[in-house]
Design a protein around this ligand. Structure first.
Ligand code: SF4
Ligand code: SF4
Length: 340
């Protein structure tokens, strides 16, 4: 099942491939997962300069894959010169001469928007690259849909990419109707909220029947490809009882949980921040206490090693107070181990 990404003329599968999790895999394993996705029909891949070696891992597979794949990547660069450099690096990493969609990555506030749109800003580089045919289209990504909405009022971006899932539906208020009106393609990132949402298929169906063109679940195992693609078979809106299942999950999760985007990394003290959040979720939310405890013991840096420098707090798009959460998790886990 394909869709045109807004007015770009790019026809892509509605389930695309999100390139974050392959960072955790070795080169060979990543090639297997990306290869499986392409072989099973996924023809839209999203990655980023900021996802460590994700572009390179994808590039290796693209070079040996004969089929047509739409590739999207993005950069945190805010100035023209930095963006020109990043486009060059992306082309080299991906092993291509042309990138279909290049996005301005995670515009988080009005000040950043001013910089990229202003003189000497990143949009100058992206526009030049598009005029020269080096990139096909220009998109924008961000975790705050109201900022992205402001961006598309001020610049003719061709796609938007924002978080959308049962927990994060803010994009539906203003951004999605505006994008539809302007024929801008809509891409849903974080479809399972960094692994926090457990009913993956219900959630993907929810997203694709809520006005999003494409959803890009991250995949780091081959079986996930077939599973995620199965959502396209007879795609239909959720029934009332299915919706109730997701809403119950939303209520259980609340707002203060880590989506594993890893924007806060690296921690100067060497804590694996997103994994420590995950361990806490497994311990208390999912009740896998012994499993989580064993993983925690395998880590060199634990909750107590956080020195509360606050660096991760300022980088987190969800405003998570990680040092406070870690202090609380450390205390609760220690208390629980004493009891049991
Ligand atoms: S507050 Fe703690 S977890 Fe966050 S960056 Fe500083 S030391 Fe690392
Ligand atoms: S703490 Fe925030 S920035 Fe870090 S991985 Fe989690 S959601 Fe992302």
């Amino acid at each position: 099942m394909k869709v045109e990404l807004g007015g770009t003329g790019l026809e892509v599968t509605r389930v695309g491939f999100g390139g974050i999790p392959i960072q955790r895999l070795g080169m060979g394993e990543a090639a297997e997962v990306v290869g499986a996705a392409l072989e099973q029909g996924i023809d839209f891949i999203d990655t980023a300069r900021g996802y460590s070696d994700s572009e390179e891992k994808i590039g290796r597979v693209l070079s040996s894959f004969g089929g047509r794949v739409t590739v999207a990547t993005k950069s945190f660069a805010r100035t023209r010169d930095d963006m020109l450099r990043d486009i060059e690096t992306s082309l080299r990493n991906l092993g291509v001469g042309h990138i279909d969609l290049y996005q301005c990555h995670n515009i988080a506030g009005d000040d950043q928007l001013e910089t990229v749109l202003g003189p000497g800003g990143a949009m100058e580089a992206l526009t030049e690259a598009r005029d020269q045919g080096i990139i096909g289209h220009i998109g924008i990504t961000g975790h705050k849909p109201w900022i992205v909405a402001e961006a598309i009022r001020r610049f003719p971006f061709e796609t938007v990419q924002v978080p959308f899932n049962i927990i994060e539906t803010a994009a539906a208020n203003e951004l999605l109707p505006l994008a539809r009106e302007k024929r801008i393609g809509t891409i849903a990132m974080k479809p399972v909220a960094g692994g926090a949402v457990r009913n993956v298929l219900l959630n993907l169906r929810f997203i694709l029947t809520s006005g999003m063109d494409v959803v890009i679940p991250g995949m780091d195992q081959v079986f996930q490809v077939e599973e995620n693609l199965s959502v396209l078979d007879g795609l239909s809106p959720l029934s009332v009882s299915e919706m109730e299942v997701l809403l119950r999950e939303k209520e259980d999760l609340g707002d203060g949980f880590c989506r594993r985007c890893e924007y806060c990394m690296p921690c100067p003290q060497g804590l694996n921040i997103s994994f420590l959040h995950l361990i806490g979720a497994y311990y208390f939310r999912y009740g896998l206490r012994d499993w989580a405890w064993e993983r925690l013991q395998g880590l060199e840096k634990k909750y107590g090693d956080c020195v509360r420098c606050g660096e991760c707090v300022s980088k987190c798009p969800y405003d998570l107070n990680t040092p406070a959460i870690f202090a609380e998790l450390g205390r609760r886990i220690a208390e629980d181990r004493k009891k049991n």
